[in-house]
Design a protein around this ligand. Structure first.
Ligand SMILES: C[S@@+](CC[C@H](N)C(=O)[O-])C[C@H]1O[C@@H](n2cnc3c(N)ncnc32)[C@H](O)[C@@H]1O
Length: 255
């Protein structure tokens, strides 16, 4: 499938849409996570995927195209398509973003030789995740990707509920570990994911290990676990230069 990354509102969007190409106006995925995912995702034995935060579908389409080439796939995408605080501040037209998600994901699915079941959950992530638990989907997913709201209380809720939905030995990935807004209050820890990811890891360190990741963009630490299921967790961080600080900051509390 061809795809185009262009600035929102340019003529290229129209041309790409007319040519039935996928259109992504944001380059976060291509410029950030993709290099890591190129190494991680082919190693995953994952058929049931859960994504929190889909936007135009760049990461979801990547999963569909990469894993849907090998076997049937079920992918659940949660988004309220209201945009995070930073999208609202930038005046993004989220109706266009949502329309692009549906179009991009349809094109990705059509390019797969195996059936892909896409389940779209439009709503706030806490409600959608609770509803999935209510549908007896505890331990159902092989892979959970957390890339929704960046606010610490929201990230914590996504992590805790997403972890319940993850199967033993499943993989959970956080994006934007060291993200902060480029505004005056950018250092407010309550507006950033880091505090929540650290809290989640600290509270669960006996149940998870941070897997050795194929790139410096991931925190690589390994912990002994109690008897019982080992659930690997990968934390993506945005800037390899900040790895040292991230490692220290992510250390679980141990006695
Ligand atoms: C950074 S974007 C996701 C990017 C996407 N994973 C990609 O790689 O292109 C974050 C998305 O999360 C959604 N979002 C933010 N807060 C949310 C919440 N509380 N519940 C559901 N979706 C939310 C926004 O609407 C936005 O589309």
């Amino acid at each position: 499938m061809k795809e185009t990354v262009v600035g929102q509102g340019t003529e290229q969007v129209v041309e790409a849409a007319q040519a039935e190409q996928a259109v992504f106006t944001a380059s976060w995925f291509d410029c950030g996570a993709r290099a890591v995912w190129d190494q991680l995702v082919p190693q995953l034995d994952a058929r049931r995927m859960l994504e929190i935060g889909s936007y135009e579908g760049a990461s979801a389409c990547y999963l569909i195209r990469t894993l849907g080439r090998k076997a049937p796939l079920e992918i659940h995408c949660i988004d309220n398509w209201l945009g995070s605080a930073e999208h609202q501040a930038a005046g993004c037209d989220m109706r266009l973003i949502e329309a692009r998600f549906h179009r991009n994901s349809r094109l990705a699915i059509e390019s797969c030789p195996y059936p892909v079941e896409l389940v779209v959950h439009k709503g706030y992530s806490d409600h959608c995740l609770a509803a999935l638990l209510d549908e007896m989907k505890k331990g159902y997913f092989d892979f959970v990707y957390i890339d929704g709201s960046h606010r610490a209380p929201d990230v914590l809720s996504d992590a805790v509920l997403g972890f319940h939905l993850l199967r033993p030995r499943g993989v959970m990935v956080f994006d934007d570990y060291l993200w902060h807004e480029g505004t005056a209050d950018s250092k407010d820890p309550l507006l950033c994911p880091k505090m929540a990811i650290d809290a989640f890891i600290n509270c669960n360190f006996r149940k998870l290990r941070i897997i050795s990741a194929p790139s410096a963009r991931f925190i690589c630490k390994r912990y002994r676990t109690e008897a019982g299921p080992v659930i690997p967790v990968v934390c993506a961080i945005p800037d390899p230069g900040q790895l040292r600080r991230a490692r220290i900051a992510a250390c679980p509390i141990t006695r």
